[in-house]
Design a protein around this ligand. Structure first.
Ligand code: PLP
Length: 400
């Protein structure tokens, strides 16, 4: 894995420069770490972290807030702020992430976009996992206002898209209909490459701070980076029309936002190393892994198809027992809010549910794949994977 690791370290070094330069340019100092309360007027730390994100992602503006409770919330804010009644949302990359089905109204849900008169259209990927350009062109109509592109595979076994692939798709849809807005669900993709979808015309990139960009230190939060027009609307939707970005207390989390963002490039590098290690091991044992042990990576997720619910449970048990926090508990599948199937999640994390920390999860459904990700250090990821292997042996699901 040596050559792969060297390449990953090169990307981390480049991204470390990007983040550092944004912090230097914006003259980040100790004042930025002060807590504001109440309305949070004139919160310098909050305003500067948003500028640091905008400069790192090369966008005009950014909204980076502890009031954004998770990735789904950030995506919901971005969509509902930039779609009006009568508009249509298009996903040209197939089904979106599970929790977005209720946000959009693909699964009936109170307060969905559908309930507010926003329709939805989807074009599935072709057999080989590439974009169906012909049908995407046909699907774009006079109502189409926003195109949503999910970078990472989510709970699917399709490949994750590279930034280059996304760039091509953005160019295509904007040629078909100039003025169309494009949002990229950037969850798990940040800092895996030296470029981001915002470098190629995405109007918004959106993600969670308890994944890659929080670096394991942010205790909550989400971000939306993009054009001033789009981000302003998001701010008005998140708080209230007329209030926008000027309110929202930072409550003492700012140092963790800055420090986590500073560490994120190297944390992502460690997670990538762990993912490759997992792929190599489980591939050798005859399990299907996505991506495989030699492919290029575009996110930190490693899918391992374990063929049975028992396999998923044993794998997750191992990851959980290798955790620094809650190592003694046993994960079991449960009906999590927002998901259609029961989901099992192993996450013995310092930040509850944080999936930049070592974690594994997946819905209990065919092909019984677990999605493994994170590890604040490569060494922890390695220990976690070996412990999962031990649990698989103990459950007699594999013999070594
Ligand atoms: C994690 C994730 C989300 C949002 O999930 P939250 O649990 O709400 O933070 C959305 N899309 C993708 C692809 C994700 O991986």
């Amino acid at each position: 894995m040596k050559e792969r690791f060297e390449k990953i370290d090169g990307v981390a070094e480049y991204n470390q420069c990007k983040v550092l330069n944004a912090m230097r340019k914006n003259r980040v100092d100790a004042n930025c770490f002060s807590a504001s309360t109440g309305y949070g007027y004139n919160d310098v730390g909050r305003d500067k972290i948003e500028q640091v994100y905008a400069d790192t992602f090369h966008t005009e503006s950014a909204l980076v807030r502890p009031q954004i409770v998770c990735g789904t919330h950030a995506l919901t804010v971005a969509l509902s702020a930039n779609l009006r009644p009568g508009d249509e949302l298009l996903s040209p990359v197939g089904r979106p992430y599970d929790t977005l089905e209720e946000v959009i109204g693909i699964r009936e849900s109170v307060c969905s976009l559908k309930e507010y008169g926003v329709s939805y259209r989807q074009v599935d990927l072709l057999e080989d996992g590439t974009f169906d350009y012909e049908n995407i062109k046909k699907a774009i109509n006079e109502k189409t206002a926003l195109v949503t592109i999910q970078r990472s595979k989510g709970y699917q076994t399709r490949p994750t898209f590279s930034v280059q692939q996304i760039a091509e798709l953005i160019k295509f849809v904007k040629e078909v209909k100039p003025g169309l807005k494009v949002m990229v669900d950037n969850c798990y993709g940040e800092f895996v490459d030296v470029v981001e979808p915002s470098d190629f015309g995405a109007d918004m990139v959106v993600g969670s701070l308890i994944k890659n960009p929080g670096g394991g230190l942010a205790p909550i939060g989400g971000y939306i980076c993009g054009t001033k027009e789009c981000v302003d609307r998001c701010a008005y939707r998140l708080s209230a029309p007329g209030l926008g970005q000027e309110v929202g207390a930072s409550l003492g989390v700012m140092q963790s936002f800055y420090q986590g963002f500073f560490l994120a490039p190297t944390v992502v590098a460690g997670a990538l190393k762990g993912a490759i290690f997992a792929a190599r091991i489980y591939e050798k044992l005859g399990f299907k892994v996505v991506p495989n042990g030699t492919e290029d990576r575009h996110d930190i997720i490693q899918a391992v198809e374990l063929k049975s619910p028992e396999g998923m449970i044993a794998f997750c048990k191992g990851i959980q027992s290798a955790a620094p926090v809650d190592s003694y508990v046993t994960p079991i599948p449960w009906a999590m809010p927002g998901y259609e199937n029961e989901v099992i999640m192993a996450a013995g994390a310092f930040v509850q549910g944080s999936s930049i920390e070592l974690s594994a999860d997946g819905p209990i459904r065919e092909p019984y794949a677990v999605y493994f990700q994170g590890g604040l250090t490569w060494y922890h990821a390695k220990i976690g994977i070996l412990t999962s292997l031990q649990e698989m042996v103990n459950a007699k699901l594999i013999t070594l």
